[in-house]
Design a protein around this ligand. Structure first.
Ligand SMILES: Cc1cc2nc3c(=O)[nH]c(=O)nc-3n(C[C@H](O)[C@H](O)[C@H](O)COP(=O)(O)OP(=O)(O)OC[C@H]3O[C@@H](n4cnc5c(N)ncnc54)[C@H](O)[C@@H]3O)c2cc1C
Length: 489
């Protein structure tokens, strides 16, 4: 009988992997394993048995073959920056670190498309694109060290750019859990000239891609993808609207969005505004805490991009529209002198949660989508809940990226790892998530404990999902336990 991931089988796996990809690319030093055992989240750490670092598609295929043969679970990792336990391995599991696969393979400047490997970070893609007069779309809350490919795969439709939508990844190469290489969309047809064309009307592209969106490494390894880049404009300006009345937030956001002018748009509550628009000085956390009470309840921030004359017209149109509803277009945030400079820099090279975690040492996130109208209600409920359990409302940050249809919301609770807060926050997490679900929050990416919350309410959907998992990954070697809280299929 073969027992999943026993020490003997893992030893054999290490031996085979070392022969296939070189022993310097199979890491077993305890200090290095420890680094991969945890993330910024509240998820309990788990030490991997080894880290394998393949450098090519063929090497990944070999690793997958051995994992199947020896029933060793593997967890793909591209940037390693996700923060809800997505890359924490199961016992005796192996980390498949794809950072060595970090090449931009091709670019079509006229089409604004680049073909990238999973190890390409946002910073790298941004620098590469800028040399060709283009820019990469980066989500403001992520660190620039996140993998562009893995993030685009994971975010749609959680994150969206108000002007460009959420599907930035068009066609891709996937290594299925049995090692089969699959190309989606036009890439599947070598004779077709434009390998990146994504056609929703075709079952070969959109439909196929969706199976791997947000699959958290459970259905295969994405080894390449064509991603959209955008032009660099002559003029880029940042603007702000401050809002103190919850009832006006939806109206303001909608009016600005519906003009279809802003290219990047983010809404912050006062806590996240303080964290976002403050410089990372040694005093960062302390200064932030002092700032929060003096800031407006909400800050709506957006960029306008285009030719000088075009931007001028947009500015006057938006200013007029806002004036009509009693608001002003600002080019700075009162009390935050560097807001403009920081916003323009963050939309290209984001600092992400490592910066915000400096406020109280750590920060946990509840990501969901909801109607923009419901945001203030959910926010108030969360603040009350947090206060009832002895936390300050100054620890509750909210960042929203509005898209055409919904608000994409990240509720962030800052906490301190050194005092007894960790257990308390961990215990509250599920309860808060459940309460917010009742109020209209939808967890479109049910990570970790949220999987239980969501799938227990959608039995039929969950059964079909498990059927897909069983069909594609009969040995259950690909990042087990991510789609469910148990290892059973
Ligand atoms: C507004 C916002 C909110 C966010 N909220 C959260 C959040 O709440 N929790 C969170 O964890 N992240 C969150 N993210 C991060 C994001 O969704 C991705 O998890 C992250 O950007 C992935 O980048 P990474 O390179 O660090 O991936 P990694 O940390 O390396 O991996 C992320 C997940 O994808 C899988 N994976 C990685 N590479 C591949 C690959 N090549 N093929 C197949 N599977 C792969 C991994 O196994 C893992 O499950 C948020 C981002 C934004 C912008």
């Amino acid at each position: 009988m073969v027992v999943r991931g026993t020490i003997m089988l893992v030893d054999k796996f290490i031996d085979l992997a070392s022969k296939a990809i070189g022993d310097t690319n199979v890491i077993t030093y305890p200090k290095e394993l420890e680094k991969y055992s945890r993330d910024h989240s509240l998820v309990k750490p788990g030490i991997p048995s080894c880290i394998v670092r393949p450098g090519s598609v063929e090497e990944v295929q070999e690793i997958i073959e051995y994992a199947n043969k020896l029933l060793v679970p593997i967890t793909p990792l591209s940037g390693g920056t996700n923060n809800l336990g997505g890359t924490i391995p199961v016992p005796n599991g192996v980390i498949l670190d794809l950072k060595r696969m970090n090449r931009v393979l091709d670019i079509d400047v006229r089409a604004g498309m680049a073909s990238i490997q999973p190890g390409v970070t946002f910073e790298q893609l941004q620098e590469y694109a800028s040399k060709h007069g283009l820019r990469a779309l980066t989500p403001v809350e992520l660190p620039k060290t996140s993998s562009a490919l893995s993030t685009y795969l994971d975010l749609a439709p959680l994150y969206g750019w108000v002007y460009y939508g959420e599907e930035i990844l068009t066609t891709m190469t996937v290594l299925l859990p049995d090692g089969t290489l699959l190309k989606t969309g036009q890439q599947a047809f070598p004779q077709i000239k434009w390998p990146y064309v994504h056609s929703h009307a075709s079952p070969f592209a959109g439909l196929m891609n969706y199976i791997w969106y947000q699959s958290q490494g459970t259905l295969g390894v994405v080894a390449q993808g064509w991603v959209k880049l955008k032009p660099i404009h002559e003029v880029v300006e940042a603007f702000f609207v401050t809002v103190n009345d919850d009832n006006d937030l939806y109206k303001i956001a909608r009016e600005i969005m519906w003009m279809r002018y802003p290219r990047d748009m983010v809404i912050f509550n006062n806590v996240d505004a303080a964290l976002f628009f403050e410089d990372e000085t040694p005093n960062y956390g302390k200064k932030t805490a002092e700032l929060i009470p003096s800031l407006p309840k909400w800050v709506v921030a957006f960029t306008l991009r285009g030719r000088k004359e075009g931007v001028d017209i947009m500015v006057s149109d938006i200013a007029e529209k806002l004036q009509g509803i009693g608001y002003k277009l600002l080019d700075e945030v009162p009390g935050m002198p560097k807001a403009k400079e920081i916003f323009l820099s963050e939309v290209n090279y984001p600092s992400g949660w490592p910066k915000y975690s400096k406020y109280r040492g750590a920060r946990t996130i509840l990501p969901f989508i909801c109607s923009l109208k419901d945001v203030p209600i959910i926010h108030q409920a969360l603040k009350k809940f947090i206060e009832k359990h002895g936390f300050s409302t100054n620890y509750v940050g909210v960042t929203i990226t509005p898209t055409d249809r919904v608000g994409v919301v990240a509720c962030n609770v800052a906490f301190n790892r050194e005092i007894q807060e960790v257990d308390k926050i961990r215990n509250l997490y599920y309860e808060v998530a459940e309460e917010m679900l009742r109020l209209g929050a939808f967890y479109s990416r049910p990570y970790g404990i949220l999987a239980k919350l969501m799938y227990s309410r959608a039995q039929n959907y969950y059964e079909v999902l498990m059927k897909i998992k069983r069909t594609l990954d009969p040995n259950n070697i690909m990042n087990p336990r991510r789609l469910t809280l148990t290892e059973d299929l």
